[in-house]
Design a protein. Structure first.
Length: 441
């Protein structure tokens, strides 16, 4: 004679209800639930507030535990690399700035350094132009990390930090607008230098920002670092040690949060970074908390670099002297803010016929770049941003390919997520700081 594990069943508005009176839970469930051993597949994204853009995650769940995670990309593909093959070398700056839209200055600088290396004019870039590049990149690094802090805070329930992070970022975007005329997608850093000089008004704004920001950082830490929910959601969550990072090609703050002080500004200096004083922050734990600590420390180091760059700004040209490359650094904006002033046009027209013809050809066709191929890498906010540029000797790139850190770093998501809870997929994915514009380019 067998005894039932249940009292008599009864029908309710919610369906049949059983009352368990004893026995092993797994045995009881298997007797009534025909799919108790099955896993469910859940799509997170591509339109989801926690995927940092149009990223699709396919999660195979057993209860709330992630057994398999796969990333699906391509929803934001813009064909930028292919488009570069149909534009001249200067016009390329307008395209690459739109890839990682949170780090446009880095996209432009890496591209400009690659083109300059092909041209053989790396050593001809003026000191002021190089210093301005460092200044702009470090301001951009701060603004990018602020977006990471704001969005990650929002995804983990810290709504206030989202408001504060974007508030301080707006100040940097105002500085960028003062210098370049645009808040984003600047096309400011160009082969040979930068498009125009930094005005005095921008210097004043930058110094005000440097004075204000340390207090704001302290407020962020007071708000988050001692908060029990924040620490529970970040400590020992989405752990990836240094061995896993190296095996997957992970760079940037994620690698440094695992304890390896690999920063191209120190290990393979460019733009004169070897002449600046700054530290490379690391953290030993390789978890979300470590990545949070590293990024906050990097903001402080970038502020030190910005201050040093301001002190190094010396009067001088911001574009190479070679007029076959230098256009269009001497732009004079008209009263409508849209194009060259009439005085500037008259100056060009008043020169010799040969110079006018040369100016016309330079604007319409662009300069020629000697045949060859180069790879140039810089330290972007998300890691190593590399440019492989190939020239066939023409006025347009034969091929430009970016080694984009968001694309590479997304490989770490399954290693971080599998075996953990679905809630930790949010924290782990956010800690990678992927930008899908750069990933899909």
């Amino acid at each position: 004679m067998t005894t039932s594990n249940y009292a008599s069943e009864r029908e309710t508005d919610e369906g049949r209800v059983f009352t368990v009176t004893g026995g092993d839970w797994d045995t009881i469930v298997s007797g009534t639930d025909p799919i108790n051993d099955e896993r469910i597949v859940v799509n997170m994204g591509p339109q989801h507030p926690s995927t940092h853009g149009v990223l699709r995650l396919i999660l195979e769940l057993e209860g709330e535990t992630v057994r398999e995670a796969r990333s699906v990309i391509g929803y934001l593909h813009t064909g930028i690399e292919k488009n570069l093959e149909y534009r001249n070398w200067v016009q390329g700056s307008t395209f690459v700035t739109r890839m990682d839209y949170l780090a446009p200055i880095f996209n432009e600088t890496a591209y400009a350094l690659a083109v300059e290396k092909l041209l053989g004019i790396t050593d001809d870039i003026t000191e002021r132009a190089t210093t301005i590049r460092v200044l702009m990149m470090e301001l951009n690094r701060i603004s990018s990390h602020l977006v990471w802090l704001a969005t990650t805070g929002m995804e983990l329930g810290a709504i206030s930090i989202m408001l504060y992070g974007f508030r301080e970022r707006e100040y940097i975007l105002d500085i960028f607008e003062t210098i370049t005329g645009l808040r984003m997608n600047h096309a400011y850093v160009r082969p040979g230098g930068v498009a125009q000089d930094v005005p005095d008004a921008a210097i004043v704004k930058i110094r005000e920002f440097l004075k204000m920001m340390p207090k704001k950082l302290k407020e962020y830490e007071d708000l988050l670092s001692g908060q029990p929910i924040w620490t529970e959601r970040t400590k020992n969550v989405a752990v990836l040690d240094v061995t896993g990072c190296v095996a997957l090609g992970i760079t940037g703050p994620v690698l440094r949060s695992a304890g390896l002080a690999w920063d191209l500004r120190k290990t393979m200096p460019y733009c004169g970074y070897e002449n600046y004083e700054f530290d490379v922050p690391t953290h030993p734990d390789g978890d979300v908390w470590g990545r949070y600590q590293v990024r906050l420390a990097e903001i402080r180091e970038s502020m030190k670099l910005v201050e040093q760059a301001l002190d190094r700004l010396r009067p001088g040209p911001v574009m190479v002297a070679d007029r076959k490359i230098a256009w269009p650094a001497q732009l004079a904006i008209g009263v409508d803010g849209m194009g060259n002033s009439l005085e500037h046009v008259a100056k060009i027209m008043g020169q010799s016929m040969e110079s006018l013809i040369h100016h016309f050809k330079l604007v319409t066709e662009g300069f020629r770049v000697p045949p060859g191929q180069v790879y140039v890498a810089i330290e972007a906010p998300r890691g190593e941003l590399g440019v492989h540029a190939v020239s066939d000797g023409g006025t347009r790139p034969y091929r430009v390919h970016y080694r984009e850190p968001s694309f590479v770093n997304l490989q770490a998501l399954p290693a971080m997520a599998e075996g953990g809870l679905i809630a930790d997929v949010i924290a782990g994915g956010a800690s990678l700081d992927p930008v899908m514009g750069g990933c899909d380019r």
